[in-house]
Design a protein around this ligand. Structure first.
Ligand SMILES: NC(=O)c1ccc[n+]([C@@H]2O[C@H](COP(=O)([O-])OP(=O)(O)OC[C@H]3O[C@@H](n4cnc5c(N)ncnc54)[C@H](OP(=O)(O)O)[C@@H]3O)[C@@H](O)[C@H]2O)c1
Length: 255
């Protein structure tokens, strides 16, 4: 992305979460006009004071008009408790759907955080993966980041390492680890990167130093093929024929 097209106003969804707080701080640090979506301003706790708190319910598109007004980019870091399928649908998936509905087709750059192992079938994973599919189908420029286990890294485990195909399914830190701060950096760095557009990757940290520039790291990856709704090399184990009708309707509403 050239400087002329670098986003200016960024909305952070899940801004009060353990990763979202780092995203807010990183977006402010990188000079973005940063908007933090909170469900209750009084309960939002401490967020970077340079960010603008905006109240809205990520589960309800009709409450998000002010949040999306004038934004150029959105970073999604929301998430429900693991194993709660209803919340996974309304929060993990719902936030993506509702922001896209509120945008009503207006283009934005998207960075979406899901999870390593997301293609291993299961309710929470499936709803996160459906959120990924909405992003790919939306026609926007995007980067989908599937982090490993948060903050399980050792102090010398900082080399940002991106994988594709989602083949690690141990459901434990054996799948890979990464610092929350680094997840936030990758999400925010992706917003102004041409090389990161249409990428889906798993994010872990290996032993070594953190790279100063992530452009070559993004550029080494394969893009998701145009017109597909899964990540490049993802296992084709979630066929449209067995998907809920509501999800298929959401996808077709984006075409
Ligand atoms: N822990 C790991 O190692 C790991 C690794 C990879 C991926 N993940 C995934 O990362 C996701 C986020 O994790 P996290 O630790 O950052 O979670 P978190 O600290 O609990 O943050 C979740 C965010 O989502 C919002 N949210 C949750 N339910 C909501 C609801 N019903 N309505 C409105 N907002 C809601 C929270 O808002 P409030 O602050 O208002 O509650 C908060 O902003 C999880 O889904 C998890 O599966 C975790």
């Amino acid at each position: 992305m050239t400087a002329a097209t670098k986003p200016r106003v960024v909305l952070v969804v899940g801004a009060t979460g353990s990763v979202g707080r780092h995203v807010v701080t990183e977006a402010v640090r990188q000079g973005y006009e940063t908007r933090a979506l909170v469900r209750d301003a009084a309960r939002a706790g401490k967020l970077n004071p340079a960010a603008h708190k905006i109240v809205g319910q990520l589960t309800d598109a009709t409450t998000l008009a002010d949040a999306v007004e004038g934004i150029d980019a959105v970073v999604f870091t929301q998430g429900s408790s693991y194993g709660d399928a209803t919340a996974a649908e309304s929060v993990d998936y719902g936030a993506v759907k509702n922001v896209l509905v509120a945008l009503d087709g207006r283009p934005v750059r998207i960075a979406l955080m899901t999870a390593i192992g997301v293609t291993r079938r299961g309710n929470s994973h499936d709803w996160k993966r459906r959120g990924e599919r909405l992003v790919r189908a939306s026609g926007n420029a995007y980067t989908i980041v599937r982090p490993g286990w948060f903050d399980y890294n050792d102090a010398d485990q900082l080399e940002i390492t991106l994988l594709q195909g989602d083949t690690r399914h141990a459901a434990s830190p054996a799948d890979g680890v990464v610092a929350r701060r680094q997840i936030a950096r990758v999400l925010v760095d992706s917003l102004a990167s041409d090389a990161a557009d249409h990428l889906t990757f798993e994010l872990v940290a290996e032993r070594g130093a953190e790279q100063a520039d992530l452009e070559p790291v993004f550029a080494a990856l394969d893009s998701d093929p145009v017109g597909t709704i899964d990540g490049v090399r993802d296992e084709g184990n979630m066929p449209a024929s067995s998907e809920p009708r509501s999800v298929l309707a959401d996808l077709s509403s984006l075409e």
